[in-house]
Each structure stands twice: as C-alpha cells, then as structure tokens.
Write a protein that binds this ligand. Sequence first.
Ligand SMILES: *[C@@H]1O[C@H](CO)[C@@H](O)[C@H](O)[C@H]1NC(C)=O
Ligand SMILES: *[C@@H]1O[C@H](CO)[C@@H](O)[C@H](O)[C@H]1NC(C)=O
Ligand SMILES: *[C@@H]1O[C@H](CO)[C@@H](O)[C@H](O)[C@H]1NC(C)=O
Ligand SMILES: *[C@@H]1O[C@H](CO)[C@@H](O)[C@H](O)[C@H]1NC(C)=O
Length: 449
Amino acid sequence: MMGRQLAVSGATVLTRRRALCMLEVSVHMMKTTCTLRHLFTACNLLVFTFLLLLYLRQPRESTVSHIPNVVDGPFIALADNKTFIISPYSDPRRSNLIRVLAIVHKSVQDLYCLFYCKKNGYFRVRANIDIVKDRFGFPYETADLLCESPPSCDSVYMSIDTNESEDIREAPVFQIPQVPRGSFSAKLSVCISAFYGQYNNPLQVIQAIEMYKILGASRVTIYNNSCHDNVDKVLRHYIEEGVVDVIPWPIDTFLRTSKKWKYVEGLDSEIGYYGQTASLNDCIYRNMYNSEFVVLIDIDEIILPVKHLDWSSLMRSLQERYPGASVFRFENHAFPSSLKGTGFNPWKHVPGTTILQHYREPSDKESIKPRKMIINPRKVFQTSVHSVLKGEGYSVDIPRQYGFLFHCKQKRNKKYSDTDLIKDEIIWRYNMSLVPKVDGVIQKLFPRH
Ligand SMILES: *[C@@H]1O[C@H](CO)[C@@H](O)[C@H](O)[C@H]1NC(C)=O
Ligand SMILES: *[C@@H]1O[C@H](CO)[C@@H](O)[C@H](O)[C@H]1NC(C)=O
Ligand SMILES: *[C@@H]1O[C@H](CO)[C@@H](O)[C@H](O)[C@H]1NC(C)=O
Ligand SMILES: *[C@@H]1O[C@H](CO)[C@@H](O)[C@H](O)[C@H]1NC(C)=O
C-alpha cells in the first residue's frame, strides 16, 4: 500500500492506462446487456462490483519495489558499519527539519538523507552532522543528522545513505513520525535510561514506578538492553496497565559498551554507559508533543518535591518563580539501601532493595552532586545527562528547599560512617499511598507460597 503514495514509474502508468481501457470496454458491454429497466439497479451494482474488483487487482509491484522493507529501529546499522540510526523525528520548531538521531563513529563525515516525495520521486540532501558534545571521550558519539525536508515533498519515508553514489535500494527505509495535533496526552513523562546486565531489582522497579505515578507521571519510557525475568514480568504488567513504554535498546549487539560514563584509555570500549545520552535524547523527541514536561532520571532515582506533594504543583510554583526557564536541575542526595537494619521492607520474598529508606549521606562541599533534570522538551534541542547542551530558555539549579533528587543507591559511600548519616524521612510522606499500591502489584506478580 505504501508504494502508492510514492513516485509512479513509467511502467505503472502504462499498466494503469491498459486497465482503464479494458475497464471502459467492459463497462460498455455490461451496459448494453442490461437494458431492461427493472434490472437497472442490479446492473449498477454489478458494474460497481466489477469496477471495485478491477481496482483491487491493479498491479502495484513496480512502485512498491522502490520501497523495500520499512525498518523499525532503534539501532539500524548503515553500510559503513560506523553509523547506527536510532530514529528520525520531524522537528518543525525552526524550519521544516528532519532530525535523525544516530550514534556515529567520530571518523564519519558524509551522510545523506533521501526523501521519498509523494509526487516527484526522491530527493537527496546532505546531512549536517551535529554531534552531541558531552565530552565523555568515547570513539562513538550521539549525533543529530539534520536534513531540511525539501519543499512540497510531503514525504512519509526516508533513507539515510553513507555514499552519494550508492544504489538507493541498498539503504534502509524509515517512516518519519508525524507531529501530532491537539493537546498533550500527558502532563509529565519519565525517561529511564537503559536497564542492562540482566537487571534484577523488581522491588525497586515496582516502588519507583508507583512513586512516579503518585507524583503525577502519566507515562514512563524505559530503555531495555537486558533484564532478568523478574523485571521483565514487572515491565509487562505496567505495559498492560498503559503506564510504561519499553523501547528495545540492543546497543551491545553493535558496539562494545562501557558501564562507565567516561572513556578509560585501554578499556577498549566504544560508547559510554549503554548509550545513555542517545536514549535520553530519543526520549525527549519521542515525548515532545505529548508531554508538557519530561523527567530525565535513572530507575534508582526520584525527584522529590519538598514544599509540595506532587510534580504538577512543584512545576507550577517553579514556573512562577523562574518565568521563562525550560530546564530545572535538582541536586543529588544519596539514600543508601545497603545499611543493615534500616528501611521498611515487608516484601522480603521479592528480589531487590526497598526505597523506603530514611538515612541520607551528608553532602560536604567536595562531594559531587550531579544534578538530574525536569525539562520542557519543546525548548530543548540536545541534552546530556546532567545538563542541556542546546536549547531555548534557561536552566535553573533548584535550591534544595524546593526539591531534590532522592537517589536510592545500593553502594554506600565508605567515606561516611554510620554516625555521619542524617535522618531524613521525606519518603515516608508517601507511605500511606505507596505501601498498599506496591503491595497490590506484588501480590499479583510475586504471590507468597
Ligand atoms: C559490518 O559488521 C557486520 C557484523 O560485524 C559484518 O558481518 C559486516 O561484514 C560488516 N560490514 C562491513 C561493510 O564492514
Ligand atoms: C561510493 O561508492 C562508489 C561506488 O560503489 C565507490 O567507488 C566510492 O569509492 C564510494 N565513496 C566513498 C566515499 O566511500
Ligand atoms: C527486555 O530485553 C530483554 C533482552 O533483550 C528481553 O528478553 C525482554 O523480553 C525485554 N523486556 C521487555 C518487557 O521488553
Ligand atoms: C508506614 O511505615 C511504617 C514504618 O514506619 C509501617 O509500620 C506502616 O505499616 C507503614 N504503612 C502504612 C500504610 O502506614
């Protein structure tokens, strides 16, 4: 079907003419045989059915052959083996731009967008390769391949090519997602960077997702490289509930990924932290026109309001306080889950750690407090993990008294002894709503025997 919207080749024009000609002759013959008045209606019906059958039988192979399989990403390798396409996105904010998110080797210089126009064949444009410069030092980087969509092309499909003179049939074809019209379907969406290494902490996943829902998230997008069956079961439960979108993230099929975010000489890794930068940028574009705000965090993190109880009222107050801001950065505070005898966990039969902790590590001047963000996606062009690299509006560091990043990490900082830890019961404010919700999901997915 998709081929019909594309350039009509000479061969098809000929077959269509022949079909029309046959059609005229047949209709004429039919009409002459159906002269009786009382047969008129039945005859019209017959003619109509015949026309319909003929229309459906028209050959279309010759047009379809220009559009082989439309691929569905993320991670489509191009012929150079150095460019991996994540997804194209329409970006009409400043011009008629198509922004193709990709991971490219730093040696890649030339890439081309091929637009399949609805009427006049295809159109080739050289891509402007805009690297997401987060300076983590790996040989592969996240990049936006920027191509102006040709005027009056109205293309639904496109290819990315590595060589100007290459046969276009070799290149994979992508469908360009259309910008939806109308209002947002979600006020807040959460973006979680990839689960990897047979990730098996279902208790924390359930608690985190229930917390995001309590705080006001309507959608949670999770990138999935690999997870244990326990977590897979939890994800499937929330997909069914309509809260979670899982994006497959098979990055290690193509690249040697590092568990570290920064490049270490001699470690032979090609990209940092399972392509976290790429997944966060993808998540922004995926949610751009359906969410008012996007929260960029990991599954062991929750941005907690301090003066308010949910994200909507927090964001309303922050927007009043910082008019025109588009990026809101919250400082990290660690609540280690590995402390013996602390934390509330009535679900000991479920693998994983509980987020219901009430000891916070102190943060002295030297301790790193990398921030995580809530952003207005329509004001952001490129993001890194802790800051936005290209955007409109401005970025504010939110003071701790309004909100902070509750980081329920497993490893505790050995620098601090037990007596250094500070009692902080902020998460307990959600106890009454959180505990029964978590309990309900656990009873369904992990019943006690
Ligand atoms: C690209 O990589 C794949 C898998 O490693 C390999 O089979 C293929 O030959 C490579 N292609 C080129 C052009 O190097
Ligand atoms: C592009 O493809 C042509 C024909 O296959 C080849 O001769 C040429 O070297 C290629 N150019 C680059 C830059 O790879
Ligand atoms: C997550 O990824 C793993 C590994 O590819 C896969 O086995 C599992 O089914 C995925 N889970 C979901 C919910 O997509
Ligand atoms: C809340 O927390 C306490 C632990 O301090 C626990 O005993 C109680 O049952 C929890 N649940 C609810 C619903 O209050």
